[in-house]
Design a protein around this ligand. Structure first.
Ligand code: COA
Length: 237
């Protein structure tokens, strides 16, 4: 179990751009803590210690703000970022390498005792505040936008936005690496973009200064009889 948990720590290292060290995950990441509580609660639940499973899950909820029903099935590499307000229902199934941001609900829409929560396939990213409600599948590597409300099956690789959820884009490249926040890989950091623009400007000004210096040199070496006014005029032109 410890080895498994260590690989969960690695998951955070790979997928959280704000992470500084693995120790941060172990001591300060509620998503990781919720997962540890869930692993214990789920074991108790599966061994029919329903009261204790529920109790451990409740302690986890009190400490992290993340509520995972002890009966829920959670795969490897679940990354819950920030976490507060995440709710995962009893019959929800979460595949491997899934990412959930704060305020996500994997909920039901009926009081039916059977399967009533969604199945989230491998590699899905669910944006903050999104609600996925009902017993259907969200396909591999799909992305659910922040605050979307998804009420029906989602094909693999698509992006779903809005209320009710609709497909915003065609198939994403399923081989693509994880992108924090589900954004397209070609979206650059705004600070990087400003810096690049600034460097371009400096380069342009540098070239202009070189040109002006060359013109000035020509003027100095040229017609000595010209008046300084003429030189200034020529320089300005
Ligand atoms: C959905 C998401 C993954 C799309 O990223 P993307 O592939 O770069 O897509 P784009 O930004 O090109 O948007 C595609 C379309 O969806 C719309 N859209 C994107 N996010 C949306 C949202 N949350 N709600 C409604 N529409 C949204 C865009 O307006 C665009 O619409 P258009 O095609 O009519 O112009 C991203 O916007 C998102 O919501 N990520 C979750 C981030 C998050 O929760 N972060 C929390 C960090 S604490």
């Amino acid at each position: 179990m410890l080895r498994e948990l260590w690989s969960e720590v690695e998951t955070y290292k790979e997928r959280d751009p704000a992470l500084r060290s693995r120790l941060d995950v172990i001591f300060s990441y509620p998503g990781f803590h919720a997962l540890v509580f869930h692993r214990v609660a789920n074991k108790l639940w599966r061994n029919r210690f329903f009261f204790w499973g529920r109790f451990v899950s409740h302690i986890g909820r009190m400490l992290t703000g993340i509520e995972i029903h002890p009966g829920a099935t959670i795969g490897k590499g679940l990354f819950i970022d920030h976490g507060m307000g995440v709710v995962i229902g009893e019959t929800a199934e979460v595949g491997n390498n899934v990412t959930l941001y704060q305020g996500v609900t994997l909920g039901g829409t009926s009081l039916n005792k059977g399967k009533r929560h969604p199945t989230i396939a491998d590699g899905v990213i669910v944006g903050s505040g999104a609600k996925i409600l009902g017993p259907f599948i969200v396909g591999e590597n799909a992305r659910v936008a922040a605050n979307a409300v998804v009420l029906k099956e989602v094909p693999p690789g698509v992006t779903v936005v809005g209320i009710p959820g609709r497909i915003a884009k065609g198939k994403a490249d399923n081989d693509q690496a994880f992108e924090a926040y589900g954004t397209a890989a070609d979206v650059k950091d705004p600070v990087d973009r400003r810096l690049e623009a600034l460097l371009d400007e400096v380069e342009r000004l540098n070239a202009r200064v070189l040109l002006l210096e060359a013109e000035l040199r020509d003027l100095r070496n040229g017609d000595d009889s010209s008046s300084s006014d003429t030189k200034v005029l020529k320089f300005g032109g």
